[in-house]
Design a protein around this ligand. Structure first.
Ligand SMILES: [Zn+2]
Length: 439
C-alpha cells in the first residue's frame, strides 16, 4: 500500500474501515462502560461497526455530555478500563501473539507490554468550558510521536532542525504534542516557555521557533538569522509581519485530540491543515442538530489509541468542511482542514451580567431544540460594541405566552450549560433552530 500521505481515497477508506472496526471491537466495546451506555439505546452492536458509514448511527458527544454538571471528574469515564486478562481476550494480531509468547517465557515482560498498551502515563488538559484531562498510554505516546513526525515532514522540517518553543507550559494539547513531534522526527527541542525561550535563543543554534501569537513573537525580540521557520498555534496573521525572513506555518489540533495538524511548507495557510486519515475519522456536523453537514463542527474518532477513547467526539471547532483531493501545493492526498477553521467557536466567552463566562452553545441548543412552547430559536453571538467581548443572545418564537416561554428557555439553558445567555428576545414567526456565530 502507498505511503500514509499518498493513498488514494479508496485506499484511505479501506484502511479507516478496518482500523475503526478494530478500535470498536478490541477497545471500546469490551473496555468502555461509558460508550456501552451511550451506544446501547441505538441498538448497534460492536460487531456491526465494520465501516465508517456505520458511525452515523452513533450519537455525537462532547464535554458537556460527559460532564453535565460541569464537574470535570466526568472525564474519567472516557478512559478505557483494560485488564491483563481482558487484553489477552480482546486484542488481535501481532501484538497479542507477541504478548502471549512472552507470557509463557517471561511473565514480567508480558505484564509490561500490557501495561505499556493500557495504562495511562500522561495527561493533557483538553476541554473548552470544562477542563478535561485526556489520558494517553505509553503506546499512545508512540502514536503521538509518529503523528508528530509526519507533521514535522509536512512542515518541511528535518532531524537537523533545532526547535525552541516559547509555548506556555499550560498542559494543553500543543504543549504536550509539540515535544513529541520533534522527538518523533529525531529533532532536538527546548520547551522553555516564553521567558526562557529568549535565553535559549541567545545560546542555541535554533532553526525553528514555536509561539502562540504575535505578542509572544514580539516578546522574543529579533530572531537569530538561522531561524527559518516560525510555528504558530493560533490563527494570528500578525505573526507573518514580525517573522521577517522566516516561513510562518500554523500547527493546530482539537484540544481534546492528541496530535497536531500542520500546514505544508509549500502551500502555507491556503493549503490548510493536513490530517492523518489512518489515525482518525474526521466528520462535520451541524452544531445545532448534531446531524452530518457540509460545514459546521469538526467531529473526531481516534483510531488505534487507548487511554481516553474518543468516538464521534465534538471538538467545538467550526470549519468550512474538509478539503479533499491532492493538496495543490505538496501533492499529499490526505484530507485537509481549511484555513478558516475557528477553534473553540462553539464555547463562547460571553459577557453575562457584566462577567465573562464560558457558555457552551451546543448545550444551549440542546435545551432549545424540540421545545413545545416555541416554534423556532436562534442563538446569536454578538460583539459588544467598543470592546473585544461578545454577548450571547437567544431569540425565540413562542407558541403561547411569550414571557413564560422566555423564562423557561433561560432556566433550561442555565440548567444544561451551567450559565444562562446574556439575553432572551421574543421574535415572532420563524420555525427553525440555528446557531449564528459572528462572521
Ligand atoms: Zn500540502
Amino acid at each position: 500500500m502507498a505511503r500514509w500521505d499518498r493513498r488514494s481515497p479508496g485506499q484511505q477508506a479501506k484502511f479507516q474501515d478496518a482500523a475503526l472496526a478494530r478500535q470498536v471491537s478490541e477497545n471500546l466495546a469490551p473496555f468502555s462502560p461509558y460508550w456501552a451506555r451511550v451506544v446501547r439505546p441505538t441498538g448497534i452492536r460492536a460487531e456491526q461497526v465494520t465501516r465508517v458509514s456505520d458511525l452515523a448511527a452513533v450519537p455525537v458527544l462532547g464535554e458537556r455530555d460527559l460532564c453535565p454538571d460541569g464537574d470535570p471528574a466526568g472525564a474519567a469515564q472516557l478512559v478505557l478500563h483494560v485488564t491483563e486478562a481482558g487484553y489477552a481476550r480482546h486484542t488481535g494480531g501481532p501484538a497479542l501473539r507477541r504478548a502471549l509468547r512472552r507470557r509463557l517465557t517471561r511473565p514480567a515482560a508480558y505484564a509490561r507490554q500490557v501495561q505499556d498498551a493500557v495504562r495511562p502515563v500522561t495527561y493533557h488538559l483538553g476541554g473548552l468550558a470544562v477542563p478535561l484531562p485526556i489520558a494517553s498510554t505509553r503506546e499512545d505516546l508512540d502514536v503521538i510521536a509518529r503523528a508528530g513526525a509526519r507533521a514535522w515532514a509536512v512542515l518541511g522540517l528535518t532531524a537537523d532542525d533545532l526547535l525552541v518553543s516559547a509555548l506556555p507550559p499550560d498542559g494543553a494539547l500543543t504543549a504536550m504534542a509539540l515535544p513529541y513531534a520533534a522527538l518523533g522526527a529525531g529533532a532536538p527541542g527546548v520547551h522553555a516557555g516564553l521567558e526562557a525561550a529568549a535565553e535559549a535563543l541567545a545560546v542555541m543554534p535554533a532553526t525553528v521557533v514555536a509561539v502562540a501569537d504575535a505578542d509572544a513573537l514580539d516578546a522574543l525580540g529579533r530572531l537569530p538569522s538561522a531561524v527559518h521557520t516560525v510555528l504558530v498555534t493560533t490563527d494570528d496573521t500578525d505573526v507573518a509581519a514580525l517573522a521577517e525572513h522566516a516561513r510562518v506555518l500554523r500547527v493546530w489540533g482539537p484540544p481534546d485530540g492528541r496530535w497536531l495538524y500542520a500546514e505544508c511548507r509549500q502551500g502555507g495557510r491556503s493549503a490548510g491543515l493536513h490530517t492523518y486519515p489512518d489515525l482518525e475519522v474526521l466528520e462535520t456536523v451541524d452544531p445545532a442538530s448534531g446531524e452530518s453537514a457540509p460545514s459546521g463542527e469538526l467531529v473526531i474518532t481516534q483510531l488505534g489509541v487507548r487511554g481516553s477513547a474518543l468516538l464521534r467526539w465534538r471538538t467545538g471547532a467550526v470549519h468550512e468542511g474538509l478539503l479533499s483531493g491532492a493538496c495543490p501545493s505538496c501533492g499529499r492526498t490526505v484530507p485537509r482542514i481549511g484555513p478558516e477553521v475557528r477553534p473553540g467557536a462553539l464555547v463562547e466567552q460571553a459577557l453575562v451580567e457584566g462577567e465573562l463566562v464560558a457558555l457552551d452553545l451546543r448545550a444551549a441548543a440542546g435545551a432549545l431544540a424540540g421545545r413545545p412552547d416555541i416554534t423556532g430559536w436562534r442563538i446569536r453571538v454578538q460583539p459588544e460594541p467598543g470592546t473585544t467581548t461578545s454577548s450571547v443572545v437567544v431569540a425565540i418564537s413562542p407558541t403561547g405566552r411569550p414571557r413564560q416561554a422566555a423564562a423557561a428557555a433561560y432556566a433550561d439553558i442555565q440548567a444544561v450549560a451551567g450559565v444562562g445567555p446574556s439575553q432572551v428576545l421574543i421574535e415572532e414567526g420563524f420555525t427553525d433552530g440555528a446557531i449564528d456565530l459572528t462572521p
